[in-house]
Write a protein that binds this ligand. Sequence first.
Ligand SMILES: Cc1cc2nc3c(=O)[nH]c(=O)nc-3n(C[C@H](O)[C@H](O)[C@H](O)COP(=O)(O)OP(=O)(O)OC[C@H]3O[C@@H](n4cnc5c(N)ncnc54)[C@H](O)[C@@H]3O)c2cc1C
Length: 262
Amino acid sequence: MTLLGEEGVFAKPLAGSQSLGPMLNLRIAQPDRLVDITSISELNSVSDNRDFVDIGACVTHADVEDGRIVDASMGLLAFVARKIAYRAVRNRGTIGGSLAHSDPAADWVSALPLLGAKALVVSPKGERVLPVKSLMVSSFVTALERDEIIRAVRVPKASPSARWGFTKFNRKAGEFAHAIAGVFHDPETADFRVVIGAIETAPIVVEDASFLFGGRFDSDMHERLDDNAVLMLLKEKNVDDVYVQQLAITALRRAAKQAGMK
Ligand SMILES: Cc1cc2nc3c(=O)[nH]c(=O)nc-3n(C[C@H](O)[C@H](O)[C@H](O)COP(=O)(O)OP(=O)(O)OC[C@H]3O[C@@H](n4cnc5c(N)ncnc54)[C@H](O)[C@@H]3O)c2cc1C
């Protein structure tokens, strides 16, 4: 923390280097100092609590894909991890690095708000907790202060009756998404959330999404999806391109179908 917070030094934490590495290569990022955080054991640990699981920021996508962490999400996290890039990227890329990088087309910036996850953020001043949906402010911009790092992500435990769907459109494996949509419903907690991502800014997170589906969650809800209501949400975020709008609506309809069929 001291190395990162030193006055007058532009320091960056280095995790899997899957995004920062290319940015350094291209001189898009020119920090004075890189601080490798991957050997900090706390950032690699996972703690299983009664109502939530804390996933250390340096846990890799491959760790999630391979089930090396406790699953709080009834399979959603592993499903998402499996579709991130290629295995070589997943072996090194980390959940915290992905959130801190805040590429709008990345997977965790959409999937974790869908689950109502929180980011545990530390600095020499102490720790604060903020919803992942508030961590990403806009494209590649976060609410992190200069001396703050993400310590872990807190994922609430979904009940066994929770249902989800997650759709991502990309032309081939390893490409970033052109559209992302997710639906999550847990009857035990009354969560009914929708996320629409890959929209060139922070994803749209709808906390009570029942109005998009005629007021209820069931196996036919994808047929009731209110396209106009989704369009309004997209326009509020300045998504005016008709092609992008239709991709988002189609992705959401497919995610709803997947969730309803489980
Ligand atoms: C070819 C390729 C394809 C990809 N495809 C996808 C894809 O389909 N979907 C997807 O979601 N991602 C994709 N990625 C991104 C990849 O999955 C990584 O998640 C991402 O690069 C960032 O994670 P990282 O650990 O490598 O972070 P790094 O590259 O090390 O760091 C990224 C940024 O986050 C900061 N940072 C890192 N850790 C922390 C922390 N704990 N706290 C605060 N700041 C931190 C760094 O300072 C830097 O600014 C792809 C990457 C590549 C190279």
